[in-house]
Design a protein around this ligand. Structure first.
Ligand code: GDD
Length: 415
C-alpha cells in the first residue's frame, strides 16, 4: 500500500457537553455523565470511539467536555487507550464554549501534527457511523462535510435543517431549529472538517472581541448558529446524506431504542458480544443470571447484576449491581444502579416506536408531558438505589434515585 494512504492524518473529536446538558436524560444523568451511560453494555461514546478507531489513518481521538475529570472519566479514557491501542485524551473546557468555541479553544492541540481533516461527533448521536464513506466522499475543497439524514416533516423543528443542491450536494441554506418546515434533511451531528474552518471561527471570535461581548459570552461560539447559517451557499459546506438508521439520544426512552439498535448491530457484525443462549442479549461477564430466567429480545445486563429464578426481561437495560428477585417481570424499562425489584413485581413501560414517515430515524418523545400537561406514555425508569417491594406494579413511570417504594405507580413521576 502506498505510504501516503496509511499516513495517520485524521483525528476524531467527540463533543461530550457537560453536567448542564442532558437534562432530558434525567434521572439517569444524575449518577453518570450522559456520554458514559451504557448502550448495549458499552458507554455511549465508546461506540463512537470504536467506530473512529477502525479508520486506518486515525491519528488520535480528543474528547472535549465540561465534566470534571473524575476518577470514572479518567479510568474510562485509560481503558479506551488500552482497549483500542490508540492515542486518546480528555480536554476540559473552563466553561461551555459552544460547539465551535470548544474546538477553537483547543485548536493548537487539534491541529498538532497537521491533520488533513478531523471528524467532530456530538456525543449523543447514535448510528452505524459512515466514517469511511464520508472520508471517501470528501473532496479537498469541502471545508465542511456534514452528515445528514432525512426525518419526518414533524420532527425537523427539533434539529438544524439544510437545503442541499442535489447535483453538487452543497449546503445552500442552513437553519437551526426552524419555526416552520424548511427541509427534511437534518444535521446529524457528525462533521468532517478541514483545518481552514478555524479561519471562519476566528472571524466570529474576533468580531465578538471587537464588539466587546460580555465576559461570560466571550468565546462562546456555536458552529450551527454562528458559522453554518452564515457560510451556507458559499461553496464551502457540503452534505453527506446517509441512508442508515440514525438517532439522537436525548431521553432515557431513546437510550433504550439505541440499545435495541446496537444489539441488532452486534448480531450482524460482532455476535461474540451477545450471549449465545438468548436472542439479542448482552450480559456482563460478572452478572449472575439464573438459568430459568427468560431474557430478550433487546436486553442489556450490567456488571454484578443479579437476575433471579423465573424472571422475565424484555427490551430493557438493567444497570450495574441491580437485582431482580424471583419471578420479577421487566418490560420496556431501565433499572438503575443498585436498585432492587421484589419478587413477582412488574416494571413496565411503553416502547418507543419508529415514525412510519421516517423509518430511518427516531427521536422518541422530546418532552415528557403533552400539551395538556399529561405525562406521555414512555419507558419506565427506576433511578439509582430504588427499592421496589414484592408484588408491586409500576407502569409508565419515572422513579427518582433512592426511593423505597411501598406501593404501585401508574403514569407518574415519583420525586
Ligand atoms: N464540549 C462541548 N461544549 N460540547 C457541547 C457544547 C459545548 O459547549 N455544546 C453542545 N455540545 C455537545 C452536546 O453534549 C451534545 O452532544 C451536542 O454537542 C449537541 O448539543 P445540543 O445543545 O444538545 O444540541 P441539540 O441537540 O439541541 O442540536 C444539535 O444536534 C442536532 C443533532 O442531534 C444541533 O447541532 C442540531 O443542528 C442537530 O440537528
Amino acid at each position: 500500500m502506498p505510504e501516503e494512504q496509511v499516513k495517520k492524518n485524521i483525528k476524531a473529536i467527540i463533543l461530550m457537553g457537560g453536567p448542564d446538558k442532558g437534562t432530558r436524560f434525567r434521572p439517569l444523568s444524575l449518577d453518570v455523565p450522559k456520554p458514559l451511560f451504557p448502550i448495549a453494555g458499552l458507554p455511549m461514546v465508546q461506540h463512537q470511539i470504536e467506530a473512529a478507531s477502525k479508520l486506518e489513518n486515525l491519528r488520535e481521538i480528543l474528547l472535549i467536555g465540561f465534566y470534571q475529570p473524575t476518577e470514572q472519566l479518567t479510568r474510562f479514557v485509560h481503558e479506551m487507550r488500552e482497549t483500542y491501542k490508540i492515542h486518546i485524551r480528555y480536554l476540559q473546557e473552563y466553561t461551555m464554549l459552544g460547539t465551535a468555541g470548544s474546538l477553537f479553544h483547543f485548536r493548537d492541540i487539534i491541529l498538532n501534527g497537521k491533520p488533513e481533516a478531523f471528524f467532530v461527533f456530538f456525543g449523543d448521536v447514535f448510528c452505524d457511523y459512515p466514517l469511511k464513506q464520508m472520508l471517501e466522499y470528501r473532496q479537498k475543497w469541502m471545508r465542511y462535510l456534514l452528515m445528514s439524514v432525512e426525518v419526518s416533516q414533524e420532527q425537523t423543528k427539533n434539529y438544524g435543517v439544510m437545503g442541499i443542491n442535489p447535483q453538487s450536494s452543497e449546503v445552500m441554506h442552513y437553519i437551526e431549529k426552524p419555526g416552520s418546515f424548511v427541509s427534511q434533511h437534518i444535521n446529524a451531528g457528525v462533521y468532517l472538517l478541514g483545518s481552514e474552518c478555524f479561519d471562519d471561527i476566528a472571524k466570529v471570535f474576533n468580531e465578538q472581541d471587537h464588539h466587546g461581548a460580555m465576559d461570560d459570552k466571550l468565546g462562546y461560539i456555536s458552529l450551527e448558529n454562528d458559522i453554518f447559517t452564515k457560510i451556507a451557499g458559499q461553496g464551502k459546506m457540503f452534505a453527506y446524506v446517509a441512508e442508515q438508521f440514525w438517532m439522537a439520544i436525548k431521553s432515557a426512552g431513546s437510550a433504550l431504542y439505541a440499545n435495541r439498535v446496537q444489539l441488532e448491530l452486534y448480531k450482524k457484525n460482532s455476535p461474540e458480544r451477545l450471549n449465545p443462549d438468548y436472542d439479542t442479549v448482552y450480559i456482563h461477564p460478572s452478572a449472575k443470571v439464573d438459568p430459568t430466567a427468560k431474557l430478550g429480545p433487546y436486553v442489556s445486563i450490567g456488571a454484578n447484576a443479579r437476575i433471579g429464578p423465573g424472571v422475565r426481561v424484555k427490551n430493557s437495560i438493567i444497570l450495574d449491581n441491580a437485582m431482580l428477585k424471583d419471578h420479577a417481570c421487566v418490560l420496556n424499562a431501565i433499572i438503575g444502579w443498585h436498585s432492587v425489584v421484589g419478587e413477582w413485581s412488574r416494571i413496565e413501560g411503553t416502547a418507543t416506536k419508529l415514525d412510519p414517515d421516517a423509518p430511518h430515524a427516531t427521536t422518541d418523545n422530546f418532552y415528557l408531558f403533552d400539551d395538556k400537561g399529561k405525562l406521555r406514555p414512555s419507558v419506565t425508569i427506576l433511578g439509582k438505589d430504588v427499592v421496589v417491594p414484592n408484588e408491586v406494579i409500576i407502569l409508565n413511570s419515572i422513579v427518582l434515585p433512592s426511593k423505597d417504594m411501598g406501593w404501585g405507580l401508574k403514569n407518574q413521576i415519583l420525586l
